[in-house]
Design a protein around this ligand. Structure first.
Ligand SMILES: Nc1ncnc2c1ncn2[C@@H]1O[C@H](COP(=O)(O)OP(=O)(O)O)[C@@H](O)[C@H]1O
Ligand SMILES: [Mg+2]
Length: 1031
């Protein structure tokens, strides 16, 4: 760093070393230097590469003292305390004319615009704030001898921000435009830029519409000698301004109106007046060449005669009038919810060859600004130390309050005197005003005049008779009283404003509301001085409510030249700006102070005892605890009554740095907890699905192992699909769970999550239960016998449905298994058994005994036994059944043994001994079979009436194997396709047709004395009775 960046650290401190340091830095293009938080800026008069976007980034969010001194550091500090600490800010830029105030204010605004929020709306607001500058400067700036772009009005801009620090808009207040410049400019100076810009930048077409010529020399109001300024491209600037007006929302027709007005003003200067003698002896003035007047009237839409009359009735005054007054002093009405940053760029202290009312007013304003600086940095600071009970040695400084008083005192102040004169009846001139000053202010130490009672100035020839001199804080200024009264009165003659009000031009009408005859106000308007004093008063009050940031601009030379450092000039400015005193107070004092409460709030996270809340007795103790635990050296701070004072900015920055780090840690903790919570939720969800999947999977597995029916095969494919999907879910869940389990937070904060443990336990239990159920079931699975009716008892109520369904499925399955073992042969046997069952089951008591006996069919081994070979020859067909039966004799009911053979087509009865065939009956001739319902073996084969076999009559037979015989008989009978089924009558009384007569066979319950077999007895001709032993 070149020299010392902060004058507070300068050793040894003297005026010489102070200026030497400034010069040293200036020579190395270091134009900014600090006094604590005050920025000294020396106008470089050349563009330096220190305002780039990179620089903005460099200074963004950095501590004030961290980097080279820069105006950006101050802007950043102000913006951040506005945004983060909710303090309204103001940036006070002071210095002489040409010292770089306006440039500084633009730098501050562009910096704030660069760092604050982005977005379409915000950018629009920013653009408007920035673009308001060129427009204001075109109409309010002019070239003066001091400054090629001197602001001829004061500007205070409140930029409003929302809570996030995004700009919402701005309110611009203007103070005292130097209107006299429109009609007359000192030598070497120009009129306001807009006139020159319009003439050189407008298109031919536009000029024609405005009835203007491009030649500057055609217009009396535009000074010719300095119409062209090097480095100023009026033409290009005109286009910039037109664009800027669009940006700040001027409508096209409004821009047109404004330009028409500018043209009219320019033409106004060309109107010449001549005096004509009138009969009454008075001179009357007339407009000489009325072409200009005609064009003005066309531009503004005023009747020519009206304007002419308005001019001529007051001609003389109008010609020399310099109109000057405070402009609209619309004070920024700041609302509570907004945060505000005010930027004050007001004309600097001015000493010209000839100083008039304007300079007086301007210098008064600067005097007030110096006052506020003294108040806030020197006076208030020292007062505060005393108030807070901090040991303090007073530092002397010059307080310019006396000078302010000289000007603005309500009774004896110069402005009050001037108002008195203006309102006083009788002849009032500038001289009577000076006389008054001479009597009233004579004794004041800062007032000098040739005629004042203080004889010391009687012979002072530097002090002309029509002047007075004020010793301003920045130097002595000689004011010529000429024009003071007129300028203060600032009367626009009523006929003029009424003429203007009659114009059809909307803007003109708007500008002269006082010309409205219906609202004519006979009261005198307040004087210019009064208005100005009031508006300065409001401004000062406004500034005092805000946190001030100072930029003190210094002009290095009078030549507007780069790299020249005129020491005497700088020394003078350093002195009157009170910069040395500023350094001394700073050095002795504390860089930073804050009430205990906000201090504790801001840094409480740095100490265990104060985080998150200080429970101790008082905030003071909290801060003490904090500073002690941080081991801040004792000499670095001091406890006031209500505030903590910190001596060095470094200490504060160290605190800020620690706080920032701590905030990061806190943010990480919050993130950690949140992420843990989020992942955990997700995990639990996954876990839940995993349980479902697992359950499905197990079920599928069990079923797959034990059941292979097609239904389950289909089912399993569906499950497999689901499983594939669920498997992916499980994998994801596993990853998440690994991550989750790993986090420390999880462990630490598990207790907060207990609420959902119940669910988890429940799910787990269900899963286990189901698993156990299946395993148990596997152990207890009943035998494979299809007739086994047992099924393990249902172990869990909630599995009721499943359990039953499983039982059903199991049974179906084992039946199928059982069936599958059957061979064709066996199947046939069972079919036969099945037929037997359909015929006899529950109908005949003999049936149950037959179930377990296999149907052998051939009981006589007819093929092997040679005895029957004869029979074999007789029967070509295969014998289905061969057995011995008893043929019941109708005469006595006794049975005779007979061979009974059954083939596919016939049944045959043969003699047992001789093997001689007694009867052969084709099966189709068999009409029905009759049996009893009891356990006897009697059966009647009834022959169809009218068939070939009918002659022999029905057969009443008896056999132990009745069930088999009849079943086979019926099966064979039904197989012969041409006939319908043979009926089986099961009844305990049926009729048998013997050869001639019918006999009824009746079955009764008998005793079992004859053994187990039933006995048949003839009762009479028509009745045979069979007694069946009861079993
Ligand atoms: N920081 C700067 N860098 C380069 N030139 C500057 C700077 N500040 C001021 N100037 C030059 O000085 C001139 C006068 O500055 P300005 O801000 O208009 O002064 P003031 O408003 O104090 O009267 C500007 O037109 C510009 O040429
Ligand atoms: Mg300026």
């Amino acid at each position: 760093m070149i020299g010392v960046g902060d004058m507070v650290l300068l050793e040894p401190l003297s005026e010489n070393s102070f200026i030497q340091n400034l010069k040293n830095r200036f020579d190395h293009d270091e134009i900014y230097t600090y006094i604590g938080t005050v920025v000294i800026s020396i106008n470089p008069y050349q563009s330096l590469p220190i305002y780039t976007a990179d620089k903005v980034e460099e200074y963004r969010n950095r501590n004030f003292y961290e980097l080279n001194p820069h105006i950006y550091a101050l802007a950043d500090e102000a913006y951040r305390s506005l945004r983060d600490q909710d303090k309204d800010q103001c940036i006070l830029i002071t210095g002489e004319s040409g010292a770089g105030k306006t440039e500084a204010s633009k730098l501050v605004m562009s910096y704030v615009a660069a760092v604050c929020g982005k977005g379409q709306e915000v950018n629009k607001v920013k653009e408007q704030l920035l673009q308001s500058n060129p427009v204001l400067e075109a109409f309010g700036n002019a070239k003066t001898v001091r400054n090629d772009n001197s602001s001829r009005f004061g500007k205070y801009m409140d930029i409003e921000f929302d809570f996030k620090g995004d700009p919402l808009g701005g309110v611009i207040s203007n103070y005292l435009l130097e209107k006299s410049r429109v009609v007359k400019q000192p030598r070497g100076e120009r009129n306001f830029h807009i006139f020159y810009q319009l003439l050189s930048g407008a298109s031919d077409d536009l000029l024609k519409r405005l009835k203007l010529e491009r030649d500057v020399s055609k217009y009396n109001y535009l000074s010719l000698d300095s119409a062209v300024v090097s480095d100023l491209d009026d033409g290009a600037n005109f286009r910039i301004i037109m664009d800027a007006m669009k940006t700040v929302c001027f409508m096209d027709n409004e821009v047109q109106s404004v330009l028409e007005l500018v043209a009219a003003v320019m033409k106004l200067g060309n109107i010449e007046f001549k005096s004509e003698s009138r009969v009454n002896g008075f001179d009357e003035s007339r407009v000489e060449d009325n072409n200009d007047l005609k064009e003005i009237c066309e531009l503004l839409g005023i009747e020519q005669i009206v304007l002419e009359r308005a001019f001529s009735s007051r001609t003389l005054e109008a010609k020399q009038e310099k109109v000057s007054t405070t402009l609209n002093v619309a004070q920024a009405q700041t609302k509570q919810s907004k945060k505000v940053m005010g930027v004050l760029d007001i004309y600097g202290f001015e000493i010209f060859e000839n100083n008039s009312f304007e300079q007086f007013i301007i210098n008064y304003c600067n005097e007030k600004l110096q006052q506020i600086f003294i108040d806030l940095t020197l006076h208030e600071e020292q007062e505060e130390y005393i108030r807070e009970g901090i040991e303090w040695k007073n530092i002397e400084y010059f307080n310019n309050a006396v000078i302010c008083d000289l000007i603005e005192n309500n009774n004896k102040g110069i402005l009050a005197m001037l108002d008195d004169e203006c309102l006083r009846p009788g002849t009032v001139t500038d001289e009577t005003f000076l006389d008054k000053l001479n009597t009233v202010c004579a004794g004041h130490h800062h007032f000098e005049s040739r005629h004042c009672t203080n004889s010391q100035f009687l012979t002072d020839h530097t002090l002309p008779h029509n002047c007075f001199r004020i010793q301003h804080y920045a130097g002595k200024v000689l004011y010529c009283v000429e024009g003071f009264v007129d300028k203060n009165n600032d009367l626009l003659y009523r006929d003029l404003s009424q003429a203007m009000y009659k114009a059809r031009h909307p803007l003109i009408k708007l500008l002269f509301p006082e010309g409205d005859p219906s609202k004519m106000n006979l009261k005198r308007p307040p004087t210019a001085g009064f208005q100005f004093r009031a508006s300065v008063g409001t401004l000062m009050k406004n500034l005092q409510t805000k946190n001030p940031n100072y930029i003190r601009c210094i002009k290095p030379n009078d030549k507007k030249a780069a790299r020249i450092f005129t020491e005497t000039l700088v020394r003078h400015q350093v002195r009157y700006l009170g910069l040395m005193e500023n350094v001394r107070v700073r050095r002795a004092g504390y860089a930073f102070r804050q009430l205990y409460k906000p201090c504790l709030e801001r840094y409480k996270m740095l100490c265990q005892q104060t985080w998150p809340h200080w429970r101790g007795p008082a905030r003071y103790n909290g801060v003490e605890m904090l500073l002690n635990s941080l081991q801040v050296p004792k000499e670095e701070f001091c406890y006031g009554c209500s505030k903590i004072f910190i001596r060095n900015p470094k200490t504060l920055f160290a605190l800020e740095k620690k706080r920032r780090e701590c905030l990061e840690v806190l943010a990480a903790v919050i993130q950690k907890i949140y992420r843990g919570w989020k992942q955990r939720k997700h995990f639990l969800l996954m876990k839940k699905s995993q349980v479902v999947v697992a359950a499905w999977y197990r079920r599928y597995n069990e079923q797959h192992n034990e059941l292979t029916t097609s239904h389950f095969f289909l089912q399993s494919r569906k499950i497999l699909r689901e499983l594939k999907h669920q498997k992916q879910c499980i994998e994801a869940a596993t990853t998440i769970s690994a991550y989750w389990h790993g986090t420390k937070v999880r462990r630490e904060y598990r207790k907060y999550f207990r609420a959902s443990a119940g669910k988890k336990i429940y799910d787990f239990t269900v899963k286990r239960t189901i698993q156990k159920y299946f395993l148990d079931l596997k152990k207890k699975i009943p035998s494979m016998s299809p007739i086994d009716k047992t099924w393990p008892p249902q172990p869990y109520q909630f599995l009721e449905g499943t359990h039953k369904e499983l039982g059903r499925i199991f049974h179906l399955w084992r039946c199928k298994k059982y069936r599958d073992q059957f061979t064709e042969q066996k199947k046939a046997i069972y079919e036969e058994k099945l037929d037997a069952s359909t015929i006899f089951k529950d109908k005949k008591a003999l049936y149950p005994g037959s179930v377990s006996q296999p149907f052998k069919g051939d009981y006589l081994e007819i093929n092997q036994n040679p005895k029957y070979s004869k029979l074999k020859g007789l029967l070509e067909e295969k014998v289905i059944l061969a057995d011995v039966v008893h043929k019941i004799n109708r005469a006595n009911g006794k049975g005779t043994a007979r061979l009974f053979l059954l083939t596919k087509k016939h049944f045959v009865l043969a003699d047992l001994k001789s093997v001689q065939i007694k009867a052969t009956v084709p099966l189709p001739d068999l009409a029905s079979v009759a049996v009893s319902s009891q356990s006897d073996g009697f059966f009647a084969l009834k022959i169809k009436e009218g068939s070939a076999s009918a002659a022999k009559g029905d057969f009443l037979l008896s056999s132990e194997r009745l069930i088999e015989i009849i079943t086979k008989l019926l099966r064979a009978g039904t197989h012969t396709a041409e006939r319908s089924e043979i009926n089986v009558d099961i009844s305990d009384e049926f009729v048998v047709h013997f050869k001639q007569d019918k006999v009824c066979v009746k079955f009764i319950q008998g005793s079992s004395k004859n053994g187990n077999s039933a006995a048949c007895k003839r009762k009479n001709n028509r009745l045979l009775e069979v007694s069946v032993p009861s079993s």
